[in-house]
Design a protein around this ligand. Structure first.
Ligand SMILES: C[S@@+](CC[C@H](N)C(=O)[O-])C[C@H]1O[C@@H](n2cnc3c(N)ncnc32)[C@H](O)[C@@H]1O
Length: 270
């Protein structure tokens, strides 16, 4: 990819072919009005759609329920070698993505997007960011779309983050080599909350975090496996009893594994 027209790849459209492979979703496509969009600035556009092209997410992408666009940071690089990074000011190990290069890529990625960050957040995936959670997934899903900046090396020059009013969001308290996996995780969590993406809407209403608790255990056939039985209550047909058992199990598991969530519920923040 050498010219400017190759810097943007779109994924997803309205017409559906049964044999579509994830990479087939990467043809140039028009921006569809009303479809939720994710625009990614990355040094590795080939990482997309990745898992986002599979199963229900991939189907929804094909159907035009959402749209995915990558912007290749390298194409906005400096000079003949399209340099995107430089050594950290003040010294230290590694390299930092340049503010001017990231700025050019963001201008391309934000074309026609609303300036209102409440409608269209601009997110830098960063271990330093606020932890991603289900409330953030809901907020992202309720927007028109979002732009995600995937870092590499030691990260991004602070000035471009400040200049664009970028929100830093972390996938968790660990450090990966790049933001691409975090971007895919966050997009997946948001898009599955969009209308029509999951067949059964109830499945997002009863799962972990929907009511501030972790989910109860799930079972399916066979009724007896390796000497282990499905709890009798789940086979009783008594829906009231089943609901009570599930709630009690959800509370037990949450208290055991995530006392912080129970505390949040107590304070009315869950
Ligand atoms: C090696 S990391 C940079 C880490 C940075 N020097 C620090 O200490 O905070 C390179 C890139 O991976 C991405 N990344 C790594 N861990 C992440 C996490 N937990 N959540 C989101 N993005 C992450 C970010 O985009 C980051 O710029």
């Amino acid at each position: 990819m050498t010219d400017e027209t190759d810097t943007q790849k779109s994924h997803g459209r309205l017409s559906i072919r049964a044999s579509l492979k994830p990479r087939d979703l990467m043809e140039e496509k028009p921006r569809l009005k009303g479809a939720w969009e994710a625009r990614i600035v990355t040094l590795f556009p080939e990482a997309f759609p990745g898992t986002l092209g599979l199963s229900l997410m991939g189907k929804a992408l094909e159907m035009g329920l959402w749209r995915l666009e990558t912007h290749d940071l390298r194409q906005f690089g400096e000079g003949r070698h399209r340099n995107v990074d430089d050594t950290p000011a003040g010294g230290g190990a590694g390299m930092v993505l340049r503010a001017d290069v990231v700025d050019r890529a963001l201008h391309a990625a934000m074309q026609d997007a609303p300036d209102d960050r409440a409608r269209w957040p601009v997110v830098y995936l960063s271990p330093r960011g606020r932890p991603f959670d289900q409330a953030t997934a809901r907020r992202f899903a309720a927007c028109d779309g979002l732009t995600l900046l995937c870092g590499r090396f030691e990260g991004v020059d602070q000035r471009v983050l400040d200049h664009w009013g970028i929100e830093e969001v972390s996938l968790g308290d660990f450090v990966m080599t790049g933001g691409e996996i975090a971007a895919q995780a966050m997009i997946d969590a948001a898009v599955r909350l969009r209308p029509g993406v999951l067949g059964n809407q109830a499945s997002t209403e009863e799962e972990s975090f929907s009511d501030g608790l972790l989910e109860h255990p799930q079972y399916t056939r066979p009724a007896l496996w390796e000497g282990r039985e499905i709890p009798a209550v789940l086979q009783s047909g008594n829906h009231g009893e089943i609901a009570r058992w599930r709630r009690a199990e959800a509370e037990r598991i949450t208290a055991e594994r995530r006392p912080d969530l129970i505390e949040k519920l107590r304070k009315g923040q869950g």
